[in-house]
Design a protein around this ligand. Structure first.
Ligand code: ADP
Ligand code: MG
Length: 724
């Protein structure tokens, strides 16, 4: 009797799934947008004028809020939340795990008389003290002084999370140790926004532009996979690691390119609509949806926002994507590489600089060669990326992303910038001493009068570049799909702050003796002489680029253990300290935490692979071998020709021996690990253990191709990827 009928059960269940129909579903976006957020407009209307004026000073100028004002604000928030059915509130924060954290408290406190009073004070709003000793602190907070504090971030609006049985109010907060060291992603992000504001305003002043505030803007495109839950729960690897650790390549993967931008399957579309509705209600401006390259892969993108809010919204987007999937019988996989041999998922981090009045400082206009202000900010970003390739690389380093970077589907591990033909031409003109013209973008004639002439962008797209200028923003494309956008944004904000600081200092020095325009050209030319090495418009996947990049002296940090240690280089610590984004100890703690996370991820993956090998694959193969052996003996007795059965018996037995060998070697190599520091451990694990795990996987994938299908215990790629 085959033991694996349960795999077929999963297929049957996945096929018979029928969608939930929501009665009132047709979306009226303007009506529902932001209904679960207490936005500033709404909050203002609920506060006395003077209280709002005080609060605004905190929101806009970062002034400290006095406790009386906080009490009034807290009361207004509680009223709003309880009107919406909330019974609890939580400080909502982003520890360095990359996820979000919450600890709920009730608004209601029972009193002695047997009744209950509803309470939520300014103090409750402003500060919390979760006993959060189990969050990673990288040595910042030994357990004996395990206090961690959360502090309200008044610049990001509070919102409501819903559950069929009750709702709760979420208050975006920072999370720090009792010494005030940042234990989270939000704190350094807010600090970096401040640093950038100072430097950009200083630069703008030189160009005669006054503004109250400058905001880095972020829009993050999110890729993800959907698979039926029936399969998910039958794959221990998906459950522990979020990706398949074994699985033979299917006869049909993404080769036909028939999924990309294809018509969206109904079940998926109803899921997307539901996700979007939830996001709209939370005030998250999602805009774009489509099928991605791999079967089962999709993408969602919002309209960009202020980077602090965008980072909060990005975390919420991941939460809603995962949560909503279950209602449709799906599991949403955010991992960077859920399936070997198919494209993985990334997150494109679009970034620009805007004044509060909405002036995009990276908008080149029609004649970029005349737009010196644009060229100034543009060159500053180039110089920043050139100087700090290492930090950008560190900011995207993770065990999951290691499977993508450099694997000919995502950008290579070399950081370079794609700027397109028009801007490259302008830089060449500038370096040659003059700025005469801009290559025109023009209209794209499509060769038939029926079709309108489409305006052609001056720069084409280049999907192979990790960091591209795309019209009026930069797009950091090497970010991992499951990661928080905060740290990559922190790095961008900080390195550009430094570049602007340096540029402004040079310029301020020169304008005393030169005409402004001449001084500016000197600054730009000098910076570009250094930074032009980072510009690369060619094919990032090619071998020539690897060689060319090496000749140029660009970094090629191939894996997380190669990249991470750079974080604590003197240059980087000085940078973060100078712009007050991270202290030296905070930088060290991050290295510690991320290295630990890398190692833990790999250990879980290796242990899971081993368990699958021993408890699922081995027994399946042995059963099949038994059956084959029986067939060989029986046919022999009956004097039937049995060379086929004998050959198969040999093949499968041999593959099983190989699996056994690989498992022995795995145990042995693990027993011989000797590093005692965390980076050494990461490196050793990657270099010594991972190759043997690959052998284990190869043996398993071989067996998958030869073992009787009804014995095979794990849902296979073709099933998981094509059932919608
Ligand atoms: P793509 O072809 O890469 O999908 P889009 O023009 O659709 O390009 O934009 C992708 C993302 O870039 C969107 O999330 C969008 O909001 C964001 N974006 C556009 N302009 C800016 C900007 N000035 N700052 C930050 N992000 C931006
Ligand atoms: Mg994009």
């Amino acid at each position: 009797m085959p033991h694996t009928i349960r795999r077929y059960d999963a297929l049957a269940a996945a096929r018979s799934w029928s969608p939930v129909v929501n009665d009132d579903f047709r979306m009226d976006i303007t009506n529902i947008f932001g209904e679960n957020v207490l936005d500033f407009q709404n909050l203002k209307s609920r506060l006395p004028k003077s209280v709002w004026a005080d609060l605004k000073k905190t929101i806009v100028n970062g002034e400290t809020l006095n406790s009386k004002v906080a009490d009034v604000v807290a009361l207004a928030m509680k009223e709003w939340a309880t009107e919406k059915g909330a019974t609890h509130y939580t400080h909502w924060f982003q520890p360095l795990t990359g996820a979000t954290a919450e600890k709920h408290d009730s608004f209601i406190t029972p009193n002695q008389g047997g009744g209950a009073v509803s309470e939520f004070s300014g103090k409750d709003l402003i500060q919390g003290e979760p006993d959060a000793s189990s969050f990673p602190s990288g040595g910042l907070r030994p357990t004996f002084e395990a206090r961690g504090y959360t502090a309200w971030d008044p610049t990001s609006p509070v919102f409501l999370m819903e559950n069929p049985n009750g709702n709760y109010l979420c208050i975006p907060t920072a999370f720090a140790s009792w010494k005030g060291e940042a234990l989270d992603h939000k704190t350094p992000l807010l600090r970096s926004i401040e640093a950038l504001n100072t430097q950009v305003k200083r630069a703008l002043k030189l160009f005669g532009v006054e503004t109250v505030r400058v905001i880095p803007t972020v829009g993050a495109e999110q890729e993800y996979f959907l698979i039926d839950q029936e399969f998910f729960y039958r794959r221990p690897d998906l459950m522990t690691s979020g990706r398949t650790l074994v699985g033979a390549k299917p006869p049909r993967g993404q080769e036909l390119d028939d999924h990309y931008f294809g018509s969206i399957p109904d079940r998926v579309l109803s899921y997307m609509l539901d996700v979007e509705r939830e996001l709209y209600r939370l005030g998250i401006p999602v805009k774009t949806r489509h099928n991605e390259v791999a079967p089962g892969q999709f993408e969602l993108a919002p309209i960009f926002e202020n980077s602090n809010i965008a980072a909060d919204h990005q975390q919420l987007t991941m939460i809603i994507l995962k949560k909503t999937a279950k209602r449709y019988g799906f599991e949403c996989l955010l991992h960077e590489k859920p399936f070997d041999g198919l494209n993985g998922s990334g997150k494109h981090l679009n970034w620009s600089l805007s004044t509060k009045e909405g002036l995009n400082l990276l908008e080149p206009g029609d004649s970029p060669h005349k737009n010196m202000r644009f060229l100034f900010f543009f060159s500053a970003v180039l110089w920043a990326v050139y100087r700090h390739q290492d930090l950008l690389r560190v900011s995207i380093a993770s065990a999951g992303n290691d499977h993508r970077l450099g694997a000919n589907e995502a950008p290579p591990a070399i950081i370079s910038v794609y700027i397109g033909e028009q801007l490259e031409d302008i830089i060449t003109q500038l370096l040659n001493g003059g700025l005469k013209n801009s290559i025109k973008s023009g209209l794209l004639g499509l060769g038939t009068p029926v079709l309108p002439h489409v305006p052609k962008h001056a720069g084409d797209r280049n999907r192979t570049s990790p960091f591209a200028f795309t019209g009026n923003k930069f797009e950091f494309r090497a970010v991992g799909s499951s990661q928080s956008v905060s740290f990559p944004t922190v790095v961008l904000n900080t390195i550009v702050s430094e570049a602007l600081d340096v540029f402004c200092t040079r310029l301020e020095g020169l304008i005393t003796e030169n005409d402004f325009e001449d001084a500016l050209k000197i600054v730009l030319i000098n910076s570009l002489k250094e930074s032009q090495k980072i510009i690369f418009n060619g094919d990032g996947y090619s071998d020539e680029w690897q060689k060319e990049a090496a000749r140029r002296g660009l970094l090629n940090l191939k894996s997380t253990p190669d990249a991470l240690p750079r974080l604590t280089d003197k240059k980087n610590i000085e940078l973060f300290e100078k712009y007050r984004v991270l202290s030296e100890t905070e930088v060290h703690s991050r290295l510690e935490i991320w290295a630990e996370q890398y190692l833990t991820t790999l250990t879980i993956e290796v242990d899971t692979t081993e368990a699958i090998a021993k408890t699922m694959v081995f027994p399946a193969a042995v059963r099949y071998i038994n059956e084959l052996a029986q067939a060989v003996t029986d046919t022999k007795k009956l004097d039937v020709k049995n060379s086929g059965a004998v050959a198969m018996l040999n093949t499968v037995s041999e593959a099983l021996n190989e699996l056994g060998d690989a498992l022995d070697r795995l145990a042995e190599v693990q027993s011989r690990l000797k590093s005692d520091n965390i980076i050494g451990k990461c490196r050793e694990y990657k270099e010594k253990v991972l190759p043997v795990v690959t052998d284990v996987r190869d043996a398993i994938d071989f067996l998958e191709r030869y073992t009787a299908d009804d014995y095979w215990p794990l849902p296979v790629y073709r099933e998981m990827l094509f059932v919608k």
